[in-house]
Design a protein around this ligand. Sequence first.
Ligand SMILES: Cc1cc2nc3c(=O)[nH]c(=O)nc-3n(C[C@H](O)[C@H](O)[C@H](O)COP(=O)(O)O)c2cc1C
Length: 205
Amino acid sequence: MSAEPRRRSIAVAITGASGAIYATRTMAALLERGCHLEVIVSDYGRRLLRDELGETAAFDKLLPYLVSKYGPSVEAGTYTVHSNKDLGAKLASGSQDCEGMVVVPCSMKTLAGIAHGLSRTLVERAADVMLKERRNLIIVPRETPMSLPQLRNMVLCAEAGAHMMPAMPAFYQMPKTLDDLSDFMAGKILGALGFSHELYPSWGS
Ligand SMILES: Cc1cc2nc3c(=O)[nH]c(=O)nc-3n(C[C@H](O)[C@H](O)[C@H](O)COP(=O)(O)O)c2cc1C
């Protein structure tokens, strides 16, 4: 009897920067690929989900929201939710088995915490674990304009090994909707995690 293939396990953190749609699109794309997601949402991340996507996207209704928006294929994956205050969660330890982590969108506050290794919340601690264990950490910051400390914090994270992937969707693929823009960012994130995808047309296609 053949053993069931192990699901790829990815941590997804949603913080209080604008761009909640990037988080939902990324979660849906990973779930569609059968991943197991370890999800952490900060208090302001929860607020932004509701403020930007509406009451139906409130965090406690997120799976039905993802199914209604992106289709039943998201049910191929699974996810577990963690409190951002729970520094005893599995994700806070180097022995956890997530191969990578995405912070999408990433606020300047959480960016600063990761850049300086503060580990005050589970998002910051899990990101710190990814860096110390030399695993894939993708940070999707969103702010404009940016202060010098914010820019320096991005450099610190990049120097520590994170992929810095600012929420800067391109326009060469002629986007017509907000979904086209979020597909682009989710595609970039999936690419950095080593997934093939057709979330946006490749250059020249
Ligand atoms: C509507 C709204 C939009 C916000 N947009 C951003 C943003 O784009 N970038 C950012 O760095 N902070 C933004 N903030 C501020 C953060 O939410 C705030 O600094 C918060 O403390 C971040 O905490 P967290 O990183 O734990 O989620 C926004 C706040 C609100 C209420």
